[in-house]
Design a protein around this ligand. Structure first.
Ligand code: SAH
Length: 228
């Protein structure tokens, strides 16, 4: 390997070109072929260095269309799933005020949302993942994401309403606290259904009306209760 070396002398994936902007742009082209149409989402994905959100040993696979382990039995979502969830959450809007993510994991999806929202709140139930995500986001210069440790199903706020809510872990039924968190014309995207039969579901709020639509089949880790 003839790549750059980091300060410890290890060849970095960055140096061997596996994580270059070119790899990222190839991923964006693939997402386009897979049916992602929202240009603002594709541009946001093109700006976020996905390789920095995975373990350095896996960085060369960061731009493959696959989920990868991030520790604690959790995964970074497949790029198509991130793109499609955010595309559904935007609808025909391309910039939002406040977004909420439930299930920060490594922080990648929050980083993509941060390109499209003035401010993003992201909730993670595993303390160590939240701490690492904060570090990665800050190392990438992303300053508009606030990571909180909590059980996102219990999320409720007397003040904040969100223009988009994106849930990155699956529930069997809709957690009742979540749709009321939407601002008027806000959209919530969540994988719902029993194991093996999950689908992305989108809820759009108009006044006090909540309209549900069903989308593609997906495979997510489960939304769990409590904190670790
Ligand atoms: N958003 C990530 C994917 C994370 S995987 C990405 O960018 O790739 C799903 C995450 O949801 C895991 O880290 C898991 O710990 C977290 N999670 C599961 N149940 C949760 C809950 N009730 N509240 C908050 N986070 C939860």
């Amino acid at each position: 390997m003839n790549g750059q070396r980091d300060r410890t002398g290890t060849a970095t994936a960055e140096g061997i070109g596996m994580t270059s902007e070119r790899a990222r742009l190839r991923m964006v082209e693939r997402l386009r072929q897979q049916g992602i149409r929202h240009e603002a989402v594709l541009a946001a994905i093109g700006r976020v260095p996905r390789h920095r959100f995975v373990d350095p040993a896996l960085a060369s696979r960061a731009y493959d269309d696959t989920a990868l382990p991030i520790g604690f039995g959790q995964t970074i979502s497949q790029p198509w799933v991130v793109a499609r969830s955010i595309e559904l959450a935007l609808g025909n809007r391309s910039a939002l005020d406040v977004g909420l993510e439930i299930g920060t994991g490594c922080g990648y999806q929050a980083a993509v949302l941060a390109q499209l929202c003035r401010e993003v709140y992201s909730i993670e139930r595993i303390f160590a993942l939240a701490a690492r995500a904060r570090q990665t986001l800050s190392a990438c210069g992303i300053g508009n994401v606030k990571v909180r440790v909590a059980d996102g199903r219990e999320a409720g706020s007397s003040v904040l309403r969100f223009d988009a809510v994106v849930v990155a872990a699956a529930a069997v039924d809709m957690p009742p606290n979540l749709p009321p968190l939407l601002a008027d014309h806000g959209r919530l995207v969540i994988p719902l259904g029993p194991a093996g039969e999950q689908r992305l579901v989108c809820v759009e709020r108009t006044g006090e009306q909540f309209v549900h639509s069903d989308h593609e089949p997906v495979l997510f880790v489960p939304l769990r209760s409590g904190q670790e």
